[in-house]
Design a binder for this molecule. Sequence first.
Ligand code: PEP
Length: 247
Amino acid sequence: MKLVAGNWKMNGDKAMAQALVADLAARQAAKRAASAVVLCPPAYLLPQVAAAAAGKRLNVGGQDCSAEAGPGAFTGEISATMLRDAGCDYVIVGHSERRARHGESDALVRAKAERALAAGLIPIICVGETLEQRQSGDAVAVVRRQVAGSLPDSARQQVVVIAYEPVWAIGTGKTATPDDVRAMHGEIRAQVAGLGPQVPPVPLLYGGSVKPDNAAELMAQPNVDGALVGGASLKAADFWAIVEACR
Ligand code: PEP
């Protein structure tokens, strides 16, 4: 079964969250989704979304977590343990917006992923090249370096998810072509396989302007095990169309 995660980013409020989760839950009740579904709202909405999603086959995830175990003096941070306590099963780490805007390194992303695993969360580890890196022919090398540096050592025994999100395709309406996606996912799959036997296998998500009209083709590519969706996850009909495109 594929996995579709919706990253709400810094969008939404209590009323929007209530309406969106109720709409998704109704769609799930009417016809069981073709994929596992994860909702990643802003942190302050997590308890509300988790309560509304409980028993509805909708999972909840954070958008980031601290690399510190805590508790302690880490103003503004939220620990993986807190996310678990708020009802999360997943957490996104290393999103390109955090790598670019907050200078997050591969080592920091790996530390966050390790904290997530220790807290019982499944980390969705994001990697992806910039437009400049792609145009200069470095996309594969950049992504391989990010995967090598961001994946926890224990990734062979514990469940981790990798999301390939080319930076130039995020929020831009520019989607990687199916050929681009197939090629990069093949590279990542081979790299991960090179780490040794995977128990269980690592799901590889594609993210970057996934929309209802391109989802089916992208999701049909080999080694694409689901999607990480930004903008389109804010509208129930669009998000559910992507979930259903995995059928
Ligand atoms: C994202 O934020 O992870 C993302 C893929 O955004 P969008 O779908 O809006 O490009």
